[in-house]
Design a protein around this ligand. Structure first.
Ligand SMILES: Nc1ncnc2c1ncn2[C@@H]1O[C@H](COP(=O)(O)OP(=O)(O)O)[C@@H](O)[C@H]1O
Ligand SMILES: [Mg+2]
Length: 274
């Protein structure tokens, strides 16, 4: 007689079903189904105004879905928002570090907000500073930092409580190529060392190609295509790059799309970081 197979169900890092958000009569996110396995970097791609930030805000419990569901590491965002918040880290598109404090002070503040005990955060703060190569400048005011240093500090803040899923909205926008590479390298290291699942939004195709094992391309609030970078390239045709995939599924170039408000918001973040 065969032994019964024991299936240990590891919940997906992210699972959405018909996830929808309306603002008045406008549908910003339109019935999307996302399925992200644990332990990799997943990219949400799309032109300005596609609905990426609105999606991230629903997944992080900042915005309530109008309809549909989202489950993060087994916790439903609508039914169990507090559990979701304990499980995740979030780096918004806008700056979140306080320029009038030092890096160390920013980190201690985050640790206390996460309810960590002092004996835990002392060690975690210095480890996070070291991991992000910020130990030497830990006692300098953040307003004296470069954009790349600020982004790395924000990553340090978001990983202090060891989230199992980390959400990053346009993590390298406005950074110079060197700073951008350093952020990529740290994200890959975080995935390796801590086994985190990382979801990033980006319209940087090189970034998606370097980092992401899975990708969803959003366009007008919908998921136009999803798969690995290799599958998506193959689906467009021989010799296609990720840029071709993007143009194919979002019907235009990366720079187009979105209204004045979206573009202004993106530019403002880029400006502050550079
Ligand atoms: N609070 C809001 N009120 C009204 N419209 C909004 C609001 N937030 C976003 N939108 C609109 O929803 C659409 C998607 O926005 P967003 O999710 O920020 O896109 P992305 O991050 O992909 O650039 C855009 O057309 C934007 O103008
Ligand atoms: Mg956005």
């Amino acid at each position: 007689m065969n032994e019964p197979t024991v299936v240990t169900a590891v919940p997906r890092a992210i699972q959405t079903n018909n996830l929808t958000r309306r603002f008045g009569t406008f549908t910003a996110v339109d019935a999307i189904d996302l399925s992200v396995d644990s332990g990799g970097i997943f990219g949400l791609l799309g032109p300005n105004g596609a609905g990426k930030t609105t999606t991230i805000k629903m997944l992080t419990t900042i915005l309530k879905p109008t309809s549909g569901t989202a489950v993060i590491a087994g916790f439903d965002v609508a039914a169990t928002p507090a559990q979701v918040r304990r499980t995740i880290g979030y780096v918004p598109q806008m700056l979140s570090a306080d320029g009038a404090l030092t890096a160390e002070e920013n980190l201690v503040l985050s640790a206390r907000l996460y309810g960590m005990k002092k004996r835990d955060w002392k060690e975690r703060v210095s480890e996070a500073l070291g991991f992000m190569s910020l130990s030497d400048v830990a006692r300098k005011l953040v307003k004296t930092y470069s954009g790349g240093m600020i982004r790395r500090l924000e990553l340090a803040q978001a990983m202090l409580h060891r989230p199992s899923v980390l959400f990053l909205d346009e993590p390298t926008i406005g950074l110079d190529p060197v700073a951008r590479r350093m952020v990529w390298e740290r994200l890959l290291a975080m995935k390796e060392k801590y086994g985190m699942t990382i979801l990033i939004t980006t319209h940087d195709m090189e970034e998606a190609d370097r980092l992401c094992g899975g990708i969803a391309i959003m366009h007008h609030g919908r998921v136009a295509a999803t798969g690995t970078p290799e599958n998506l390239k193959a689906s467009v045709g021989p010799g296609a790059g990720l840029h071709d995939v993007f143009v194919h599924y979002s019907g235009g170039s990366i720079e187009e799309g979105g209204n004045y408000r979206d573009v202004r918001k993106t530019r403002r973040t880029a400006h502050r970081l550079s």
